[in-house]
Structure formats: C-alpha cells, structure tokens
Design a binder for this molecule. Structure first.
Ligand SMILES: [Zn+2]
Length: 149
C-alpha cells in the first residue's frame, strides 16, 4: 500500500535514512491512528542514480504495511507525473515521442493512459481516425490529468 507524501526527491537522496518524515495522520487502509514506523525500503526513480530510502509504517489495527512515496510520482512509475504528462502531450500534439524519453517507455505510458481512459469513459467509435481518437481520449482525460498536477 502506497501513501503519497509531499517530500522532495532530491532531499531524500541527500539525507538517506536521516530524512525527517512527518508521521501520516491515519492509516490509508483503515483510517486508524495506531501505526508505527516499520523501517525503510529502497525506491528507484529516474532522476536519482541510486535508489532512495522511503519510510514504511505498519498499522496495528489492520496489520497492513504502507510505504511513503513522493507525491510527484505515481505508484509503479519511476518518472514524475510531470514527465509522463509532457511526453504524452508531445506525442499527441507533435506526433513524435519526446527526445528525452525512450520510445518504449513513453509508449507504455501512452498505452496505460489509453487503457485508463477507455476503462473510465468507454470505447470511442472505431470509425474515427486513430489520431482523432487519441486526441479525444486526451481531451476526455482532463479530470484525470488535473489530479496529477
Ligand atoms: Zn490500518
């Protein structure tokens, strides 16, 4: 279980385990306030050459372990949400992948994005040209994108 926290990745990488972690208000699983520190775990991000230590907590009520994560990074992504959004916008507006990203990585972001939009908003008619479908999907996802920034 991931708990996004407002923390700077650069500060985390410099401070290692000495970072001052603000204790979360409640367990994200059961909303209990009875939880304790449960060590650290290395998390890897594109911007840091080596992994950074992130704090873990264990809830006494539901026994779940949750890990903090910089809020600028979505769960299961090593790149920041800003990079992901910019790469997709480049592809959908300029029809090219951004030079700062590999085609494979940026393509995966776009495929996952399309899957998300289709699951949220349903399939768009196949008679629409592919680029128009992508643009429509992108426009439909504005509520999702606004949550990321
Ligand atoms: Zn809990």
């Amino acid at each position: 279980m991931i708990l996004p926290v407002h923390v700077c990745l650069e500060e985390l990488s410099l401070a290692e385990k000495e970072s001052k972690w603000e204790k979360p208000a409640a367990c994200p699983g059961c909303n209990s306030q009875r939880f304790w520190g449960h060590g650290y775990r290395r998390a890897h991000f594109v911007e840091s050459a080596v992994g950074v230590w992130v704090k873990r907590y264990r809830c006494d009520s539901c026994s779940k372990v949750f890990t903090t994560r910089p809020s600028a990074y979505l769960e299961r992504y090593q790149s920041s949400t800003k990079e992901i959004v910019n790469a997709r916008a480049d592809k959908l507006t300029n029809f090219k992948w951004p030079s700062s990203q590999t085609r494979q990585r940026a393509g995966q972001w776009l495929r996952r994005f399309i899957c998300f939009v289709q699951s949220e908003y349903g399939l768009i008619s196949d008679s629409t040209p592919f680029v128009e479908r992508l643009k429509n999907l992108y426009a439909l996802s504005c509520p999702f994108l606004s949550k990321l920034s």
